[in-house]
Ligand binder design. Structure first.
Ligand SMILES: Nc1ncnc2c1ncn2[C@@H]1O[C@H](COP(=O)(O)OP(=O)(O)OP(=O)(O)O)[C@@H](O)[C@H]1O
Length: 206
């Protein structure tokens, strides 16, 4: 039997939920909703950063039977403002990731020289695109993206969306929090709305 890429059952904390849904391989689920509705709370539970009850399964394997590092190797969370803990972006990558990183940089209109620049000198938009490269370089099965284009100009938004479409076509599953209806239409196979810390599925538009 084929398992969904991600299966969520009654995921809940005192702050949000319960949440239950399935996400297939290569599928993008977009989540929109007002500020403070609970979107980031859901993403944090999905990647096991916040305490919760309920179950999550990756390719049929329950998280309760996995170590936290094993789960987070498969399910990667990219917050709206990613943390950087070393002086340059390049130092955040393992040598084995560098071929992939050099492939991805031009796809997001980033110069390879930015890998050596002090991370604080990168613009907000450059850091946001570099954070996406950091997430993709880990080759996740499920990518949780919290407003990944919020700081970007239209050209960079288009480049990011095109890259995400290629990744989806290659089998990556994405949960995308976005305030952009156009982005939800471009990338989403399904869309949901978060209100008062509860999710509801939106009607599919023809
Ligand atoms: N650890 C916590 N303890 C108590 N309340 C919290 C905690 N973390 C978040 N909240 C509250 O839960 C609510 C939902 O927060 P969340 O960050 O999920 O919103 P959001 O939907 O992602 O909003 P935005 O679109 O502004 O990012 C907010 O009111 C927030 O203040």
């Amino acid at each position: 039997m084929q398992h969904p890429r991600l299966r969520i059952r009654n995921l809940q904390s005192p702050l949000a939920g319960p949440f239950s849904f399935d996400l297939e391989a290569g599928q993008c689920l977009t989540i929109s909703g007002p500020s403070g509705a609970g979107k980031s709370l859901l993403l944090r539970m999905l990647c096991d950063l916040d305490p919760h009850t309920g179950e999550a399964l990756l390719n049929g394997l329950p998280r309760s039977g996995m170590s936290a590092p094993a789960w987070r190797a498969g399910v990667i969370y990219q917050p709206a403002e990613a943390a950087w803990w070393l002086p340059t972006a390049g130092e955040h990558f393992k040598p084995a990731q560098m071929a992939r990183v050099r492939e991805l940089l031009p796809q997001l209109n980033l110069s390879p020289s930015l890998l050596e620049s002090d991370i604080t000198r990168l613009s907000t938009g450059e850091r946001q695109r570099m954070a996406l490269i950091r997430s993709l370089a880990c080759q996740p099965q499920v990518l949780l993206l919290d407003e990944p284009t919020a700081a970007l100009d239209p050209e960079s938004v288009a480049a990011t969306e095109a890259l995400l479409q290629r990744e989806l076509a290659a089998g990556l599953s994405i949960i995308l929090v976005t305030h952009s209806e156009a982005q939800a239409q471009t990338l989403g196979h399904r869309s949901m709305t978060m209100r008062d810390r509860k999710l509801s599925e939106n009607e599919a538009t023809p």
